[in-house]
Design a protein around this ligand. Structure first.
Ligand code: ADP
Ligand code: MG
Length: 282
């Protein structure tokens, strides 16, 4: 990098965040920054506080201590009216989709537009159709109900809804969890496309090593309430803290690295979750 290069614009700045549930300390002094138009991932074992951190970034929960700035705004000092405006600048795809079962896919995708804009129904439907296409769904899916969709289609419909208000930030909680390897591989391409075509900043939580190797610019490893390491996957792979090593050692970690070097036979192995290795005895 040149000495006089412009520093990256920080779209999220987390400083000394501590979160407790009763006596249980989930975060004890988390620091991290996300830069504009990067694909940033948070990884860590089950219960390490990834979803809680995400919920704190999107105003669903408050840390006990520390500060979180999103798009330059300090979340702790935010008035309710400003919170409403800020929420419209990000989209969230929750782990379990969160679509309304009584609404069609088009109606689900149009919902944020109905709530937050004064647009007419026809225009809302047209925008919803465009968002479905962006998320890689065929137009006819719009008339279907969530119960008629496969897991992969459900995730894409949820993504289309997250994109409804043209957000600057996109939060993804486990975008490939529960998908078969082929559908999961489609998510890799989709995430890259959204960043490259629309300049979105993407913050994702994932256990999917393949997704991490294929798309993440930087990755933060959470364990024991702290960020244990932060960097590209290649940089993390060269670190030797045990909390980081466990993501790279073992058959799944190695398969994902091989896949990064264009060995497609590693695909299925790489997409297996690494969260609870003990649950899948060999
Ligand atoms: P992860 O997403 O990394 O698996 P979470 O952020 O969901 O972890 O949870 C971190 C820890 O905080 C877990 O031990 C969980 O049980 C606890 N926790 C999360 N939310 C709450 C809550 N609302 N009340 C009490 N404990 C919670
Ligand atoms: Mg979680």
């Amino acid at each position: 990098m040149q000495a006089n290069a412009t520093p990256p614009e920080k779209v999220i700045e987390i400083s000394q965040v501590t979160t407790r549930f009763g006596d249980h300390v989930v975060h004890s002094g988390i620091d991290l920054e996300v830069h504009r138009a990067e694909i940033f991932a948070v990884i860590g074992g089950s219960g390490s506080g990834k979803s809680t951190l995400l919920r704190e970034m999107i105003l669903l929960q408050r840390p006990n201590e520390g500060s979180i700035r999103v798009l330059g705004i300090d979340l702790q000092k935010l008035a309710d009216a400003d919170a409403l405006a800020l929420r419209q600048r990000w989209g969230v795809m929750f782990q379990h989709g969160g679509l309304f079962g009584s609404l069609t896919v088009t109606e689900n995708v149009g919902l944020p537009l109905r709530e937050h804009t004064g647009l007419g129904n026809r225009l809302i439907d047209e925008i919803a159709a465009w968002k479905l296409a962006m998320a890689g769904l065929k137009p006819e899916v719009g008339a279907q109900y969530p119960s008629e969709l496969s897991g992969g289609m459900m995730k894409r419909a949820s993504l289309a809804r997250a994109l409804a208000l043209d957000p600057e930030l996109l939060f993804l909680d486990e975008p490939t969890a529960g998908l078969d390897p082929d559908s999961a591989a489609g998510v890799d391409e989709l995430v890259l496309k959204l960043r490259d075509l629309f300049g979105l900043t993407i913050i994702m939580i994932t256990h999917d090593l393949d997704l991490l190797w294929q798309v993440a610019d930087r990755v933060a490893v959470l364990a024991d309430g702290k960020v244990q390491g932060i960097g590209s996957m290649a940089e993390l792979a060269a670190m030797d803290q045990p909390a980081i090593r466990k993501f790279f050692d073992g058959p799944r970690g190695r398969a994902a690295q091989e896949l990064d070097q264009d060995k497609p036979q590693a695909l299925a192995e790489a997409h297996k979750p690494i969260e609870e290795p003990s649950s899948k005895p060999k």
